[in-house]
Design a protein around this ligand. Structure first.
Ligand SMILES: [Zn+2]
Length: 497
């Protein structure tokens, strides 16, 4: 005999002989492949569904939502909460919708108060170490999202966007799982330009984001019970650049007939996907664009050849860079002057300069050397630049002259006069910034928090390709991932409960 149990969100079947429960269906997750499940996954599944787990008996490994007592022996069960988690999600360092409008969006700037906790650690020159480690996902070149996706608990996803592999972290078992595509799911690979996805702020169960793929924009859904994902098309056309959001609009660059020499078009819609508009963008590149940056009511996509600026409702405008001037997109991203204008660093063959963005007659400001960073979190070698982007560096410690600082993540805090954030410091490095970011193996690097006090969080020997470092915040910790490392390093932001 098999009994059927219906809870508000799910349908379960109880096997009378074994006394075990099998999930047949649950809201929003589509087809459930229960038999394929190892029992080791059940503690995680129970937390996602808000189901019950055995506590004082071992009659069954999982019970339907709301069960307070074991129907077999009457002992009490562990009832897990069923309401979706409220904590802020993480969508990559460039996606934080809660930043104020006067801060550029799309750059690695977070509004999470990371400094409050990290600055309680012993200050430099004390060299700290990470508190925690997590295995690197099997496909290590990836972007991370930590959100509740409509479930009661936050979960971490790692999308290897160059290969189109979606990986799910089971925090209870401590294992990564590769999620299989449902029949008909779109391939998730996107390699034409820098990657960015559009998070869903009020997700339905299993809803992750609107993701760019080589075939268009898709709404991505996960089923962590069956370890599968599915997609729904939002826009079917080969994508040229990642999507961005400006207030109530989203937009991306597509090239419908790329093989036939077609032209790039800017596609836009309201956030509810109504009021679609398209604009032709003749003679602009079909790959190699930055993530879009939102500022001053406009979205900007940057490229080695020029900038594309778009204000919702108006045609986009492509402006090539001045002759001979090449941006250094690897140095970080745009930064602001005190009057609120946006600037980008580049090189004209003679020297470095900042060039004004968003105007067809840009001003330029020459500088005497490379400056790494973005959004007013800028460094000239080992020293911060705190006034205008082209101001002289602020030298506190002459010993930092032979170091080079690469900012990774700025923590935005309205109450601070000087920007704070996470950086890498390359020691005994006096070579060119370009070489440090590309080919070199850097003998000694420290991971540092720059803030009210500077804290050395960790140290790394023989680092190469530092731009592959990916910071993320998940489960009350700041994490730093590099595809070459065996483990992801983590620092606690909260006291362990
Ligand atoms: Zn029991």
């Amino acid at each position: 005999m098999r009994y059927r149990w219906e809870t508000p969100a799910s349908v379960w079947q109880e096997d009378e002989r074994s006394g075990e429960f099998e999930l047949l269906a649950t809201e929003g997750l589509g087809r459930i492949d229960w038999q394929a499940h190892a029992h080791s996954r059940l503690p995680d599944v129970a937390r996602l569904l808000g189901a019950s787990l055995p506590d004082a008996c071992a009659c069954a490994p999982i019970y339907p939502e709301g069960f307070a007592f074991c129907p077999n022996c009457g002992r009490s069960l562990l009832r897990l909460p069923g309401t979706p988690a409220r904590q802020a999600g993480w969508w990559g360092p460039g996606v934080d919708a809660t930043l104020p409008r006067h801060v550029p969006h799309g750059l690695p700037v977070t509004s999470l108060p990371l400094g409050d906790s990290l600055e309680e650690r012993p200050a430099a020159p004390h060299v700290g170490r990470h508190d925690l480690a997590m295995p690197v996902p099997p496909n290590a070149q990836c972007v991370f999202a930590a959100s509740h996706y409509g479930f009661p608990e936050q979960r971490l996803l790692a999308l290897a966007h160059t290969r189109g592999v979606l990986q799910y972290w089971d925090p209870v078992a401590g294992l990564w799982h590769v999620m299989a595509p449902d029949d008909g799911a779109a391939g998730l690979a996107f390699t034409a330009s820098c990657y960015a996805w559009l998070p869903v702020l009020e997700p339905r169960r299993g809803e992750v984001a609107i993701v760019p793929t080589s075939s268009g924009l898709h709404r991505l859904w996960i089923n962590p019970v069956s370890e599968t994902y599915r997609t729904e098309p939002v826009l079917e056309a080969p994508l040229v650049a990642a999507p961005g959001a400006m207030r109530r609009h989203i937009a991306c660059l597509v090239c419908p007939d790329a093989d036939a020499g077609g032209t790039v078009r800017l596609w836009s819609a309201r956030s509810d996907l109504l009021e679609v508009e398209e604009f032709a963008c003749p003679d602009i590149p079909r790959a190699g664009w930055s993530r879009p940056i939102g500022y001053d009511g406009r979205l900007f996509w940057l490229h080695d050849q020029g900038q594309l600026a778009w204000r919702p409702g108006q045609p986009p405008l492509f402006t090539p860079w001045p002759p001979g001037w090449l941006p250094r997109l690897d140095f970080g991203g745009p930064t602001q002057s005190r009057d609120g204008r946006l600037w980008h660093i580049g090189h004209d063959g003679q020297g470095y300069s900042f060039l004004e963005l968003g105007t067809d007659r840009p001003e330029s400001a020459p500088i005497d050397g490379a400056r790494l960073g973005f959004a007013n979190f800028l460094f000239r070698r080992g020293h911060p630049v705190v006034d205008e982007p082209w101001s002289g560096e602020h030298i506190e410690d002459l010993n930092q002259d032979d170091t080079l600082v690469l900012p990774l993540l700025r923590a935005f805090n309205n109450n601070r006069s000087q920007p704070s954030g996470l950086v890498l410091r390359f020691h005994k490095y006096t070579g060119r910034a370009e070489e440090a970011l590309e080919a070199r193996v850097l003998p000694r690097t420290t991971v540092e928090w720059i803030g009210r006090r500077n804290v050395i969080l960790d140290e790394v020997v023989r680092l190469s390709r530092p731009l592959d470092c990916v910071p993320f915040v998940y489960a009350g910790c700041l994490w730093l991932h590099h595809p070459d490392w065996n483990e992801i390093r983590g620092w606690r932001l909260e006291d362990p409960a």
